[in-house]
Design a protein around this ligand. Structure first.
Ligand code: SF4
Length: 322
């Protein structure tokens, strides 16, 4: 499969007057054509920073190190016009809150048309006609093309966001918690739309979420993030049936099951590591029940356990990896 995106050893920190925030601490990932990858982790794990780093949309105060290439071209060496061509044209993003992502003073049709005029060179009339078709694709009647975001419900606004994201038939769609701001029944509808469109257009997907159910529904592969690092990676089938990292085991153990007769769900003790003062060694060690001396002193390497499964942890049945 053709490689679309490669992230190599990326570090991002933000310097403020009081502290330095270590948001990403050496992440590496690849996404191939047609592949769907879920990026999962608690709030503050670095998921959104990863998405913004891919599109070179980090704040000016961010200190970026590492390499991100899109089809072999270094994103951080692209010229401005190449970046504009990539953002929205080749890689699109659906944001968490459709209310803040859409501009309240333009109709939804104008906002979708703007993407088409910028990237496809369409004239205004062609772009508005296509915007109507795209709205129909996500289940909104095309006559609503002239309506404003305030005239839509939350779920419909997110459908507009998806229509704008897919307007140029991007090769990679980054969806940053696209259903978090919506109620459960609307979430299911939005996921269904995304799934069918992804299958139809063979778009690669980077799904950012803290919801493991969404990952199992939409993705083939999953990367689990903790404190700005990928700590477990593999196919959804392998990672969810045989989680190896204590953090992934904790996340899955905290899920309620229809067949379980548990009185209390298992919780992961403690809080996510403070990105201003990350612990030495394994970032998870203050919360880990299997912590050993070596875990406190050195960062465990990412170890390949099988063809489709890697983990960053010293312990497996209490033994150190070679
Ligand atoms: Fe726990 Fe050690 Fe594995 Fe970190 S490396 S998750 S502290 S066992």
């Amino acid at each position: 499969m053709e490689e679309l995106l490669r992230i190599e050893d990326v570090y991002v920190k933000f310097k403020t007057e009081r502290a330095t925030v270590h948001a990403l601490n050496g992440i590496s990932l690849k996404i191939h054509k047609g592949e769907s990858l879920g990026l999962v982790g608690e709030t503050g794990a670095g998921k959104t920073t990863t998405a913004l780093a891919i599109l070179k949309l980090l704040a000016d105060t961010a200190d970026f190190q590492g390499n991100i290439t899109y089809k072999g071209i270094d994103v951080y060496k692209m010229k401005e016009h190449e970046l504009l061509d990539m953002r929205g044209g080749k890689i699109s993003m659906i944001f968490q809150n459709p209310l803040t992502a859409l501009n309240p003073v333009f109709s939804v049709g104008e906002q979708i048309a703007m993407v088409l005029r910028t990237h496809k060179g369409m004239n205004k009339r062609e772009a508005m006609l296509r915007a109507g078709e795209l709205l129909e694709l996500v289940g909104i009647p095309k006559f609503r093309v002239a309506d404003y975001p305030s005239q839509f419900s939350g779920g419909m606004r997110q459908r507009v966001g998806i229509a704008a994201g897919l307007a140029c038939n991007p090769e990679l769609l980054i969806a940053d918690e696209p259903t978090t701001a919506l109620d459960v029944t609307i979430q299911a509808q939005i996921l269904e739309i995304m799934k069918s469109l992804q299958m139809e257009y063979k778009t690669s997907l980077l799904m950012i979420t803290h919801n493991l159910g969404i990952i199992s529904e939409l993705c083939e592969k999953v990367a689990v993030m903790y404190a700005g690092r990928i700590i477990e990676y593999g196919t959804v089938a392998e990672v969810f049936t045989n989680p190896l990292h204590p953090y992934t085991q904790g996340l899955l153990g905290a899920l309620p099951g229809l067949d379980d007769e548990k009185e209390r769900l298992t919780a992961i003790p403690g809080n996510i590591a403070d990105p201003r003062q990350l612990p030495e060694g394994c970032r998870f060690h203050p919360r880990c029940e299997r912590c050993m001396d070596c875990c406190k002193n050195s960062q465990p390497p990412m170890t390949k356990i099988s063809e489709n499964h890697s983990v960053e942890c010293y312990a497996k049945g209490g033994k150190l990896y070679e």
